[in-house]
Design a protein around this ligand. Structure first.
Ligand SMILES: Cc1ncc(COP(=O)(O)O)c(C=O)c1O
Length: 497
């Protein structure tokens, strides 16, 4: 085997990730990787901004094809990098912010009331004030928030622009429960009373409605849009200028190349849990499957649905094509209502945008004979909200070695927890990684790298880097440090003042 080469894990349970040319150019450039790790430590997160732009354009094209007035708000919670906020604004889309610092940064990176929205689940007075002073639309979740926004706007002698978050849509025979928003059955009556005169909330200007649904159902999004449009019409009849309907995020993305691999993996996982096949996960973790007291299989796979044929732009097209009982599509209804349809994708706008790379610190065999490969990173830096991140990683081999037989390994992290096993799946590589080799986890920009990242043991947070160009012949100066963005801006501001 050549030196300086990189390999994906393989074997009969492989789950081949979809990758982009930039990722291969990056992983194939081990000198560059070495320089970056020397400069920034391990792990690093690398972002490719042209891929972010491509994803934006795909959604814009869908809106154009359906001739729908649509706008995208990047749900910034999915990734902490400032460059994505700056780029979103430069590429002409908006930013959905969910906290004081997210809002403050979005404003300082060029966001305005035209392209920023505040959807934070918890809003204190300071956050309301920041939004209102900057005329940023606030998505209101409950009565206390209505009262607070009204008070803060009054104190500031301004009007607050608001949208109302609604939930509890009826789909089939089921009501979609959510802890968020005003319930469309129980609360809309009160909302109508409060907004029927201009005195109850005299400092609020209602301009839109919003929902965000858990899960990834096209039908639920279609139904919720149709039911929201009825409410929009009712509030318009009361004299409100409703300009937008924001249908939130949750657009599915596809991580995997092969349906066959996805199916095989799940079958083998079930067999392993049943004891009919060898364990394919650490300690035979069922990732949601387990045995009941009759030793029968129970449960479901509790991971993100990593393989999806209908994803991204196609998913949005299907929501727009969803028909009401009269056969009218969501796109037709949106046009007829002459309203802007907003979406807030987080994960799916980050498709193919990032990778996370860690350095191999040690190898050891545990008492069961498993190879455990310790990486200089921890479980919070590659953490899915679901039971596992089911994409094959790559090893970038640096060292020459005589060993040349395949090795089954688990990657472990730096937290003092037995559970800090970075991926639960057993992985197979052409040879055992050595100290100083690198492991690259691809497509981690959406939630994986940041959402659960913690500083336990006082470990530094990972460094976020970005590439603003195509990735051939990359050199270290083409890779920028995200944390310099605000610093650079502060320097410019200081010079200007
Ligand atoms: C209000 C709101 N909008 C948008 C999103 C983004 O969702 P996704 O990343 O699944 O597109 C979320 C995610 O939790 C959300 O809560």
């Amino acid at each position: 085997m050549d030196n300086n080469t990189y390999f994906k894990s393989t074997g009969k349970n492989q789950l081949t990730p979809i990758t982009s040319t930039w990722m291969h150019q990056f992983m194939g450039n081990s000198e560059l990787v070495e320089e970056l790790v020397e400069k920034y430590g391990s792990p690093i997160n690398v972002h490719h901004i042209p891929s972010f732009h491509k994803n934006i354009m795909e959604y814009q094209e869908v809106f154009e094809n359906f001739e729908v007035n649509g706008q995208i708000y990047f749900a910034r919670k999915a990734n902490k990098s400032q460059i994505l906020v700056k780029s979103a604004i430069e590429f002409g889309i908006g930013v959905d912010t969910a906290s004081y610092r997210e809002l403050e940064q979005a404003i300082s990176l060029g966001g305005t009331n035209d392209n920023v929205v505040l959807t934070a689940a918890i809003k204190n007075e300071a956050l309301m004030r920041l939004a209102i002073q900057n005329q940023i639309p606030i998505i209101i979740d409950n009565l206390d928030e209505l009262q607070l926004a009204n008070k803060v706007a009054g104190d500031l002698n301004q009007k607050a622009t608001i949208g109302l978050r609604i939930s509890g849509f009826q789909v089939g025979k089921q009501k979609l429960y959510s802890r968020f928003g005003f319930d469309i059955e129980q609360d809309v009556y009160n909302l109508k009373v409060w907004f029927s005169d201009s005195s109850t909330f005299k400092n609020l200007q209602l301009t839109g409605f919003h929902f965000h649904l858990d899960g990834y159902s096209i039908e639920e999004r279609g139904e919720a849009t149709i039911q929201s449009l009825t409410i929009v019409q009712q509030f318009r009849q009361m004299g409100h200028h409703i300009e937008f309907l924001d249908i939130g995020g949750g657009i599915l993305m596809n991580y995997l190349e092969s349906k066959a691999e996805w199916v095989t993996f799940q079958n083998n996982l079930k067999d392993a849990v049943l004891g009919k096949g060898e364990a394919i996960t650490f300690n035979n973790n069922g990732l949601g499957f387990s045995l009941n007291d009759k030793y029968q299989l129970q449960g479901d796979l509790k991971t993100y649905p990593y393989y999806n044929e209908v994803n991204g732009a196609k998913f949005l097209s299907e929501v727009l094509s969803y028909k009401n009982e009269n056969g009218q599509t969501v796109a037709e209804l949106i046009k007829e209502a002459n309203i802007q349809m907003r979406i807030e994708p987080g994960r799916s706008l980050l498709n193919q945008v990032g990778l996370t790379l860690g350095t191999v610190a040690h190898r050891k065999r545990d008492a069961k004979g498993n190879w455990l490969v310790g990486l200089e990173m921890n479980m919070s830096q590659l953490k899915s909200s679901s039971a596992d991140f089911l994409l094959d990683p790559f090893v970038i081999y640096r060292s020459e070695t005589e060993e040349n037989e395949s090795a089954e390994v688990y990657f472990t992290g730096a937290y003092c927890l037995e559970q800090d096993v970075l991926l639960k799946r057993k992985l197979v590589f052409p040879r055992l990684p050595s100290r100083g080799d690198y492991v690259a986890f691809v497509n981690t920009a959406g939630y994986m790298m940041h959402f659960y990242e913690t500083e336990a043991h006082l470990f530094e947070l990972s460094q976020n880097l970005y590439i603003n160009r195509e990735a051939e012949n990359l050199e270290v100066e083409h890779i920028h440090n995200d944390s310099n963005l605000i610093r650079e801006k502060e320097t410019v501001d200081m010079k200007e003042n």
